[in-house]
Design a protein around this ligand. Structure first.
Ligand code: HEM
Length: 222
């Protein structure tokens, strides 16, 4: 009897299992919450610029606050926001470890590396007429690879920032780590925008159901 070989082109590159969906939405929520803490820190509360307002308000009560005293009060506000940033940061780190666990031990449906290799293979083998479509899929997966890299940098730099005053070495690289952490935020923001636009576009054009698959996980109809 001739053995049946399942064509690898059927590998489930779009099958979103429950643990993967849990990670996807949990991580999206945490990234959004982190961005919101920064929005509060830098724009809505902007504690650094509130010093003169504190001084003016206290002056009305005949209390003269020095710049340093005003700063130590505004510092309380920004510290409160950073505390939340760090709680969410720990949660992000836990989600990151969970995802690395899926990648190392999970079945191929949950391994990003397997999916990436599969779409790269499909691209290589695609006939001239299908090259464009296969290329788009490969590009999409490439952006996810970048996102995982940004996430890795964000979690590692965030953890280094938590302990930045606890060791001489960490103190010495603190400024660079802050810069990296700050810059990576813009890369993550960029990915976020491109990702949402691309998914909505796919949903509305040829990949109907991609969003509900990531919510409910139904298998893709071929
Ligand atoms: C997408 C997720 C994240 C965004 C957008 C984000 C953004 C930022 C930004 C813009 C800063 C200011 C950096 C500077 O001083 O120039 C910051 C500081 C910080 N971040 Fe994040 N971050 C994220 C994830 C994390 C994670 C995962 C952790 C920890 C595991 C973390 C821990 C910290 C700490 C400790 C600080 C310093 C807070 C302070 O000054 O007291 N962040 N973050």
């Amino acid at each position: 009897m001739t053995p049946t070989i399942t064509p690898t082109t059927e590998a489930p590159t779009k099958d979103y299992r429950a643990p993967l969906r849990f990670w996807h939405w949990g991580n999206s929520l945490l990234v959004s919450l982190q961005l919101i803490t920064i929005l509060f820190q830098e724009v809505i509360v902007d504690a650094r610029s509130a010093g003169p307002e504190f001084q003016e308000t206290m002056a009305k009560e005949n209390i003269a606050l020095t710049v340093k005293q005003a700063r130590s009060l505004t510092h309380i506000l920004s510290e409160r926001i950073w505390e939340w940033h760090i709680y969410f940061g720990w949660a992000m780190a836990a989600f990151f470890v969970f995802r690395v666990g899926q990648e190392l031990r999970g079945p191929s449906e949950m391994r990003f590396s397997a999916r990436l290799m599969e779409v790269a293979r499909r691209y290589r083998l695609a006939p001239a007429t299908g090259k464009r479509e296969a290329g788009k899929l490969l590009f999409a997966k490439g952006t996810y690879a970048l996102f995982y890299a940004f996430l890795t940098v964000m979690v590692i730099s965030g953890l280094l920032l938590i302990y930045r005053n606890d060791a001489d070495f960490l103190r010495s690289i603190k400024h660079e780590v802050e810069e990296v952490h700050n810059f990576t935020m813009y890369l993550i923001l960029g990915f976020f925008v491109v990702h949402v636009v691309a998914v909505v576009w796919a949903e509305l054009t040829k990949d109907h159901g991609v969003i509900s698959r990531m919510v409910g996980g139904e298998a893709r109809k071929r």
